[in-house]
Design a protein around this ligand. Structure first.
Ligand SMILES: Cc1cc2nc3c(=O)[nH]c(=O)nc-3n(C[C@H](O)[C@H](O)[C@H](O)COP(=O)(O)OP(=O)(O)OC[C@H]3O[C@@H](n4cnc5c(N)ncnc54)[C@H](O)[C@@H]3O)c2cc1C
Length: 438
């Protein structure tokens, strides 16, 4: 650890408050925390390592008194620059314990710094999983998943992070700690909470007053993580609930700082089947996605021709003439029924090669390999060029997928920008990632 050779009085104040080991302000640290998974760069004044709740309380009070911006960070893998900031970075990765597991009721209480994959490794021995599975699951942490409402291939069946949270312990900007959960409007604890926090009372009033407008603005899409989730709050109030967990999930640390989360778990499926299908014509993919959705797959991923070129067709045994691939997972018994119906459906599409089906873990991992290698392949693709980490989650109705891919392909060809299109397509979500020269 380098000494904090800085004349910034804020750093000495923080060192006095928290102890020297928890405050980093040396040049290499500030430089590495000036970026995250996105394309932006902002150098902070200091990084504070959160080891106990009291650390957070102290920094919050200090920052409030001195009007210094705070930015939470758990693994820094977000792609939109939301874990960087000019004031103090609150580093949660060292606050990573599993606090309590309730196997009967299927929930777990965790600190925000725990890595998603490690949590599931622990839960695996009890036959349970925390289902939202972003592709960055080996690196990202629960705090960040809550911050971004992370979703992944299995969101199709199990929902995004917001659908799998029971409650959050959150510090508000004024230093008050609240339990953000779904409150029944008649519950005495809600009355108590609103009496303690005038902002929450104001928020509830505002949502009631603007309920019609909020309902009218709700997008009719299967997935929307943009902005604060006022829709869920308005819908909740209509049904007699004030659902504060839904407000904080996806709010990117701008409304409060999560110090603990109670997460809903699901039973790990007893059997799964992974299916890989190559399409000879892009035009068939949209219709196929729609048809396969009726079979209730637990995951559905798409890759276009460019994405397959980039990961390497020969390396992954991808047919030369394939224009798109669909990767699906089924986990509902009887699996054989779904697979048989899928085979029948496939007869109407122009496929390349045989449909590949895997039941054993190793064989399934082999089928997922091409999809999982997209990010590393993009970064290694060209010595002189690097991908622009500007990844947009585009959501379109599944039946219009082929149209979207064709449009993006044409659009970026005109701009002479190579582009790979892939994503969690089952819920209508295709991601695109562009790259260009330095
Ligand atoms: C290769 C790759 C693949 C990806 N795939 C997916 C994917 O499939 N699906 C998906 O949704 N995302 C994906 N992402 C984006 C990103 O990994 C996820 O959104 C992830 O959940 C972010 O977690 P993190 O721990 O890195 O959070 P960070 O980047 O550290 O933070 C994310 C946000 O959460 C806030 N935050 C962090 N901790 C707290 C806290 N304790 N309290 C309050 N706010 C907090 C931060 O301020 C920030 O706004 C991918 C990224 C990469 C690099």
């Amino acid at each position: 650890m380098q000494a904090n050779l800085t004349t910034d009085p804020m750093v000495s104040d923080l060192e006095r408050l928290l102890g020297q080991k928890k405050v980093l302000a040396d040049f290499p640290t500030l430089t590495s925390y000036s970026i995250d998974g996105g394309i932006y760069k902002i150098t902070p004044r200091a990084v504070v390592l959160i080891k106990e709740a009291i650390d957070l309380e102290r920094v919050l009070e200090y920052a409030r008194t001195h009007t210094i911006p705070l930015t939470a960070r758990s693994a820094g893998t977000n792609l939109t620059g939301n874990a960087i900031g000019e004031g103090i970075i609150l580093e949660f990765s060292g606050y990573d314990r599993i606090v309590e597991l309730n196997r009967e009721e299927q929930w777990v209480r965790v600190q925000p710094g725990i890595i998603y994959a490690e949590l599931n490794k622990y839960l695996d021995r009890f036959g349970l999983i925390f289902a939202p599975d972003p592709s960055s699951g080996d690196m990202c942490r629960i705090g960040g998943m809550l911050g971004t409402n992370a979703a992944g291939p299995h969101t199709l069946k199990y929902g995004a992070t917001k659908d799998n949270v029971i409650s959050l312990e959150v510090y508000l900007a004024d230093g008050k700690k609240i339990t953000a959960r779904s409150y029944h409007l008649q519950e005495p604890s809600l009355e108590h909470l609103l009496a303690r926090s005038s902002q929450l009372q104001m928020l509830q009033d505002l949502i009631r007053q603007n309920s019609t407008l909020i309902h009218a603005k709700k997008l009719r899409v299967t997935k929307n993580s943009s902005g604060y989730n006022l829709f869920a709050l308005a819908e909740g109030l209509d049904q007699g609930y004030f659902d504060l967990a839904r407000l904080f999930v996806g709010s990117e640390g701008t409304l409060g700082l999560t110090i603990e989360a109670k997460l809903r778990l699901v039973a790990k499926p007893l059997r799964t089947a992974t299916v890989l299908i190559y399409f000879a014509h892009l035009q068939d993919v949209g219709g196929a996605v729609n048809a396969f959705l009726a079979l209730r797959p637990s995951a559905m991923e798409v890759m276009d021709a460019n994405a397959m070129d980039i990961v390497g067709r020969s390396r992954h045994g991808i047919p030369r003439e394939a224009q798109a691939l669909l990767l699906m997972e089924f986990d509902e018994d009887p699996l054989e029924d779904s697979l048989q119906r899928m085979d029948q459906l496939c007869q109407q599409y122009r496929l390349c090669g045989d449909i590949q089906v895997a039941h054993a873990k190793e064989a399934q991992e082999a089928l997922w390999k091409a999809r999982k290698s997209i990010y590393p392949s993009l970064y290694r693709f060209d010595q002189k060029k690097r991908p622009i980490n500007f990844a947009d989650d585009v959501v379109v109705p599944a039946h219009r997928l082929s149209e979207l891919i064709e449009y993006l392909d044409r659009y970026f060809k005109d701009l002479q920008v190579p582009v790979a299109i892939y994503g969690h397509i089952g819920d209508g979500n295709a991601k695109r990632l562009m790259w260009k020269g330095w």
